[in-house]
Design a protein around this ligand. Structure first.
Ligand code: BEZ
Ligand code: FE
Length: 290
């Protein structure tokens, strides 16, 4: 009897996989057939009950309903918290060269934020004053002048402007440009750790798994330079307590920076009107050609 049941079950799986045999697009066919294969294998392995199947459907339905088409994208959050976003990132950014590591994009980027001058302050809310400076270079160490750095981070309350409508427009966001020597300078505040949104199905999933929702403090970068691969990454504060347990698995050792105490001006800080003491982090981004 068990054999007969096994045969019926594998026949169902086989039929479902084969139903994509005639898909004209070869890549679509490959993706759908492997997806159905693994989905069936999963259902068979855990012997999903009808109640569990329905709970899964309900969870995915709620995930869709939580998306608002603007700020909230619960499916991306689900992908992030399942480690899928970082896996896709790793597969698509295998590089042999010494290019800067990439990490998760996240759902809080906003296009069209203000262009900011070299060293301009992007923080209009309270925090520990910081100067983030460095260079953008190619894989041979040559300066890349004119690279655009789109930068964003949360305020001290752990929320991004746009997500938190109380914050001024463009707070802690901006588009900086490297000078002829490939240098950039960003006046801001030291990033803080913050929880990803937990008021939806993803939050319930984390709770049911006894997982915390925190991301270690970081500053987001999306760097564009014609002829080079767009670089999406973060700089993480090296001393953050959540570096080892990022809710979205985004941390890489190479992306950690120290916000050092500066009690005296450096070659730049006085000219930018920064008051001492301040915190300073330095980083060199390496971009690879397309
Ligand atoms: C972020 O860093 O902004 C982020 C990334 C993944 C999920 C939620 C937030
Ligand atoms: Fe973030």
């Amino acid at each position: 009897m068990a054999d007969q049941e096994n045969t019926i079950e594998s026949l169902i799986s086989e039929q479902a996989v084969n139903s994509f045999n005639d898909a004209p697009d070869a890549r679509y066919k490959q993706i759908m057939q492997r997806l159905v294969h693994h989905l069936h294998a999963f259902v068979g392995e855990v012997e999903l009950t009808e109640q569990e199947w329905f709970e899964g459907i309900r969870f995915l339905t709620e995930t869709g309903h939580k998306c608002d088409g603007q700020v909230r994208q619960e499916f991306i959050l689900l992908s992030d918290t399942l480690g899928v976003s970082m896996l896709v990132d790793a597969i698509n950014h295998r590089h042999g060269a010494n290019a800067t590591d990439t990490t998760v994009f996240g759902p809080f980027y906003i296009e069209g934020m203000p262009d900011r001058a070299f060293g301009e302050n992007m923080a209009f809310t309270a925090g520990e004053p910081a100067l983030v400076r460095g260079r953008v270079v190619d894989t041979h160490g040559n300066s890349l002048g004119g690279a655009v750095l789109d930068v964003w981070q949360t305020a001290e309350n752990g929320m991004y402007s746009g997500q938190d409508t109380e914050q001024p427009f463009g707070n802690l966001r901006g588009r900086y440009r490297t000078d002829a020597d490939g240098c950039f300078a960003i006046r801001t505040i030291v990033p803080v750790c913050y929880p990803i949104p937990t008021d939806g199905p993803v939050g319930r999933m984390l709770n049911a798994a006894n997982r915390h929702p925190w991301r270690p403090a970081h500053l987001h970068f999306m760097i564009d330079m014609p002829g080079y691969r767009k670089l999406v990454t973060h700089l993480f504060n090296h001393d953050d307590p959540y570096l080892e347990s990022d809710a979205v698995f985004g941390v890489k050792q190479s992306l950690q920076v120290i916000y050092e105490d500066r009690v005296a001006h450096d070659d730049l800080s006085a000219s930018l009107g920064i008051e001492v003491p301040f915190k300073r982090a330095c980083y060199e981004f390496v971009m690879e050609t397309e």
